[in-house]
Write a protein that binds this ligand. Structure first.
Ligand code: MOS
Length: 734
């Protein structure tokens, strides 16, 4: 029936991207384009006492310096700044709004000039006086003042007592640092005001309609007066879920100057957007001597800003993943003088499951059982937090296929038992879990009599492959060759789409396309019935399908009418349909993706240098739409897991409350030399319950568990347990 879904189709936008034909937000040009450069604060907290811009304004080519004192009007109510992904608690940041400084590198002025170099030079001449106030940015110093969030997930049993009574116990704290996203594409926007009072803004974002509504509220316009486009996005990983300040500032400047404005943030300035919050995670695991869990307690303390409470689920995975009669969770927030954290690939799970899966490894050591065997002993067929079964859960198969591909059976259990020359060899494993979400999305399909279809939705493709899977689904549903399908996305005027987040886009947009295709099929059947001598005269909708440019009976695909004939007789040259797919809430089942990650490290015994020589990531994520782009997602997540385990850490000088390593030279990420053999396995996981097409999404699951598998491998290699990430040489040798 299907011919493209489930194949390893190459990206349909690949050529445009590698040839530069794909234009990013700050590559768009317009007649009379001028350039902005942001001036940012040098203190973490206080007020602006004065801004002296006269020297900057004297530079030839400088057009204006916008500050909170002279900018065009924007909404006063903080409510107007609350986009669809904003934290519920708190007041969103309002760029260039008033004299308050909330964090270091906050935008305080925008210089606009005829060219970018002039704007950047003049920005260095803007003098800002501050009235500084005391700040705090250190999670460890602020933990005592952390506030407790309302319990997100109900406890069960009496975990404190069960832990105290358990014969085998493990308790420890795991620490994860602030991390930054560092997508290839810098945040940038090009804003164009037209004479009739409408704003067109190209932006780097994961959600054009989210930015559209946000800007309309901020600029006090009607949503239809604002059009936001982001046809191509050079990575984002969650940093583009909330509208960022480049969109507001570009819009403000264009409004004031009546000229198109391009604004690109520097890499350094991007370290004052969102980030993955630093966490301290405390795990208490109590087990019986047979290796079954009795009690799980997971407490997390995470940083947030002073002005918004950002939090994600760090803790509840712990009692979800494994059978344990007693479970308890606690989540605290330490408010500090930093920007509000934001989502970063598998927010909450990347950090929380890291802690859980290292703790499980330590429990396995205490129990003297194989770490994989411990997971199997504690395997849960049900979501224990909600007390319901899963729509599907093929994690057992992930463990089996992953272990086999890795060669886990040959592992020698004792640390430091495996070596190769001067290197200690370590093998570690971990489980991963993420949500299978789906959101209401719309799609429009225009089918021409020539058998070409255009499928459109306001969805985003942040490098994940959305263009390609949209084309695959449409081609299969409409019975057309892939080359006959054109995809449009990343434009707020297109049918409804939520931000590209939570790994929900593939499932959501695919069902929107399927539903819209059903309506196209219905119209084609109506037309085909009217064709003289139609073999479909008596056919009902559920008896026909679209195949190879024809509408045919499913019983006998030779019986049918070509699309061209049906349309010609109906005197139509195109059929256009638009539909939205919304999913009913169904609390009867849990919807999750799972993974089993196996990692090999080689550690230089003299120098402590760690290499991750092999990763096997076995994934259970329902139906895989495209094995090539999906495997790339998992591989990207696995590479990030290497970074999380060994490299990545945003270093803050707490005396200044300022990031010290805000660039890709000093913020260490895995490079080619750090990445060796990564094998991705998708296990079969048919799922008729999660949604009609059985799609779960793969954007985030690849990172979950990977850092823990590597940390556990480092322990196995060296016998040394480093619990605070990243595992750097000084910690390993110290
Ligand atoms: Mo993802 S962190 O929801 O972009």
């Amino acid at each position: 029936m299907t011919s493209y879904i489930g194949t390893a189709t190459s990206r349909i936008d690949g050529r445009a991207k590698v040839t530069g034909a794909a234009k990013y937000a700050a590559e768009v040009t317009a007649p009379g384009l001028v350039y902005g450069f942001v001036v940012t604060s040098t203190i973490a907290k206080g007020r602006i006492a004065g801004i002296e811009a006269s020297e900057a304004l004297r530079v030839a080519g400088v057009l204006d310096v916008l500050t909170h004192e002279n900018r065009p009007s924007m909404a006063r109510a903080t409510e107007a700044y609350r986009d669809e992904t904003a934290p519920e608690q708190g007041e969103p940041f309002r760029p260039l709004y008033d004299d308050r400084i909330h964090f270091n590198r906050q935008p305080v002025a925008l210089v606009v000039a005829e060219d970018w170099e002039t704007a950047r030079f003049a920005a260095a001449l803007v003098r800002v006086e501050y009235r500084q106030e005391a700040h705090a940015t250190d999670l460890r110093a602020e933990r005592a003042r952390a506030v407790t969030l309302e319990k997100p997930v109900k406890p069960r049993g009496d975990a404190a007592k069960a832990f105290a009574d358990a014969p085998i116990r493990h308790a420890a704290e795991y620490v994860t640092p602030v991390e930054h996203h560092n997508p290839m594409e810098l945040f940038g926007a090009t804003a164009v005001w037209t004479g009739d009072g409408t704003l067109t803004l190209y932006d780097k974002t994961q959600g054009v309609q989210n930015v559209q509504r946000y800007l309309a509220a901020v600029f006090e316009m009607k949503p239809e007066q604002v059009r936001v486009l982001s046809p191509f996005t050079g990575g984002a990983f969650g940093s583009g879920l909330r509208p960022q300040y480049e969109a507001v500032l570009a819009g403000l400047a264009a409004r004031k100057l009546k000229r198109p404005v391009r604004l690109v943030l520097t890499r350094q300035q991007m370290y004052a957007l969102g980030y993955r919050p630093a966490t301290i995670e405390r795990l208490e695991l109590g087990a019986k001597a047979d290796g079954t869990l009795e009690a799980v307690t997971h407490e997390a303390i995470a940083v947030t800003s002073r002005f918004e409470d950002f939090s994600r689920t760090d803790t509840a995975w712990s009692g979800l993943l494994y059978i344990s009669p007693h479970a308890r969770y606690l989540h605290k927030l330490a408010r500090v003088d930093l920007p509000t954290p934001c989502d970063m690939r598998a927010p909450g799970a990347a950090t929380g499951v890291y802690a859980l899966e290292c703790a499980m490894d330590e429990l396995a050591v205490a129990l003297k059982v194989d770490p994989l065997e411990l997971r199997l002993k504690c395997y849960s067929e049900r979501d224990q937090n909600a007390g319901v079964p899963y729509t599907s859960k093929a994690l057992r198969e992930c463990y089996r296929q992953g272990a086999e591909a890795f060669g886990w059976a040959k592992r020698q259990p004792e640390p430091r038992a495996m070596r190769e020359g001067g290197e200690l060899v370590g093998w570690g494993m971990a489980s991963g879990v993420w949500e299978a979400l789906q959101m209401p999305f719309g799609a429009r399909i225009v089918l021409g009599a020539n058998g070409h279809a255009e499928v459109a939705s306001a969805a985003s493709d942040i490098g994940t492959g959305t263009y390609t899977i949209m084309a695959q689904v449409a081609a299969d549903m409409l019975g057309l060759p892939l080359d006959n399908v054109t995809v449009k996305l990343g434009d707020s005027t297109l049918p409804h789409a939520m931000v590209e987040g939570g790994s929900w886009t593939a499932a959501s947009v695919s069902h929107a396309i399927a539903r819209t295709s059903d309506e196209i099929r219905q119209e084609l059947l109506r037309l085909a019935k009217a064709v003289p001598g139609s073999p479909l005269a008596e056919a009902r909708l559920e008896q026909v399908a679209l195949r190879e440019g024809r509408i045919v009976t499913t019983e006998d695909p030779r019986r049918g009418v070509s699309i061209a004939d049906a349309m010609r007789h109906g005197k139509l040259d195109r059929i256009e349909r638009e539909a939205t797919m919304a999913f009913a809430e169904d609390p009867s089942h849990a919807r999750n993706t799972h993974s089993a990650v196996f990692a090999e490290v080689k550690v230089d015994e003299q120098l402590g240098v760690i290499r991750v020589t092999r990763i096997v990531s076995a994934i259970a994520a329902g139906r895989i739409l495209n094995h090539k782009t999906a495997a790339s997602q998992i591989m990207g997540g696995a590479v990030w897991g290497i970074g999380m385990a060994l490299h990545e850490e945003t270093l803050i000088d707490h005396a200044f409350g300022r990031v010290m390593n805000p660039d890709v030279a000093e913020y260490h990420m895995p490079v080619n030399a750090d990445v060796h053999d990564i094998k991705v396995i998708f296990v079969d996981e048919p799922d008729a319950l999660v949604n009609p097409l059985g799609i779960k999404g793969v954007g985030e699951i690849g990172i979950v568990g990977t850092a823990a598998a590597i940390a556990n491998a480092v322990y196995h290699a060296t016998g040394k347990r480093v619990r605070d990430l990243p595992i750097t040489l000084d910690k390993l040798m110290g």
